[in-house]
Design a protein around this ligand. Structure first.
Ligand SMILES: O=C(O)c1ccccc1NCC(=O)[C@H](O)[C@H](O)COP(=O)(O)O
Length: 276
């Protein structure tokens, strides 16, 4: 099956920077300052009803429970993680929240934490930032409250990332349950507002151990000069090596969930695989 083609205007915008890169006086390294770095790994802890869980395609009701989220987070920290991707799934789905548990996990971490799920207004953003997390990941708000998102990007800079969660090239919000517009149009808008980075998830791959959508990631990297964190589908060390191969194109990091919980590999092995 063919992949949806971005609109002509977007294709033009995507090609132009790539064509100009080698002519840029500072070359590719300047466009993606992380490009000489190794791929960052962000083990995921998704919290539902106070428990660490994994979902399939991010769908409510598909949970497999993996116990205490603090234990899971400490396990990844002990294994050498530099980042934790921490998601309040109840806040994302609108079925409550796990604020206390999430704050407890962030407090216990010596490593950087990216916090996601249900951050949609001043109150939820203030609560998220008050945990001491390194940055937050906005999803639904970027689709439904563009003016608020532009304001908080201006106020908080790189403490704000935007999650671009897609089926095909259609964005999904509200715990990935509602359509929210075109990926490339939204990306162009957020770029123009100064968004610092994107967390890109192919929902069709998420929680399935089917491998990341490398084509989607390449297309997003070609459309923006901001770093991209890849999320969803990682199943093997080879997947991580493939993502590490996209670092020069702008992939900065990879979120890994199910593969770690299913013990497809250890975090130590993953860190080793992306260190060369
Ligand atoms: O991040 C969110 O806000 C979110 C909202 C609704 C459903 C799922 C959500 N996040 C899921 C994740 O971030 C996964 O942990 C991540 O994509 C890892 O996927 P995988 O490696 O395929 O388990």
């Amino acid at each position: 099956m063919g992949h949806p083609v971005p609109p002509r205007e977007v294709r033009r915008r995507r090609r132009a920077p790539a064509d100009q890169l080698d002519r840029h006086p500072l070359g590719r390294e300047d466009r993606h300052p992380m490009s000489t770095h190794r791929l960052e790994l962000l083990p995921a802890v998704d919290v539902r009803d106070g428990q660490a869980v994994r979902l399939v395609h991010g769908e409510s009701g598909t949970e497999t429970s993996y116990g205490d989220p603090l234990e899971a987070a400490l396990t990844w920290q002990r294994a050498g993680a530099e980042w934790l991707h921490l998601v309040d799934l109840d806040a994302a789905f609108g079925t409550g929240d796990n604020r206390e548990r999430i704050a407890e996990v962030v407090r216990a971490m010596d490593i950087k934490v990216e916090l996601s799920g249900g951050i949609r207004d001043d109150e939820t953003l203030a609560a998220a930032l008050a945990t001491g997390c390194t940055r937050v990941n906005l999803g639904t708000a970027a689709l439904e409250s563009p003016e608020w998102v532009a304001k908080v990007i201006a106020e908080h800079g790189d403490k704000i990332a935007v999650g671009l969660d897609v089926r095909g090239t259609t964005l999904r919000g509200r715990g990935w349950t509602r359509d929210g517009g075109d990926l490339y149009e939204t990306l162009a808008r957020l770029d123009s507002e100064g968004c610092a980075r994107y967390v890109v998830t192919d929902i069709a791959k998420d929680g399935t151990l089917q491998g990341p959508n490398l084509e989607l990631l390449r297309n997003v990297c070609a459309a923006t000069d901001r770093p991209v964190v890849a999320s969803g589908g990682v199943s093997s060390l080879d997947d991580l090596r493939a993502l590490a191969g996209l670092v020069p194109e702008g992939v900065e990091g990879a979120i890994v969930g199910k593969a770690l919980y299913a013990k497809a590999f250890t975090l130590e092995e993953a860190l080793e695989a992306v260190s060369r």
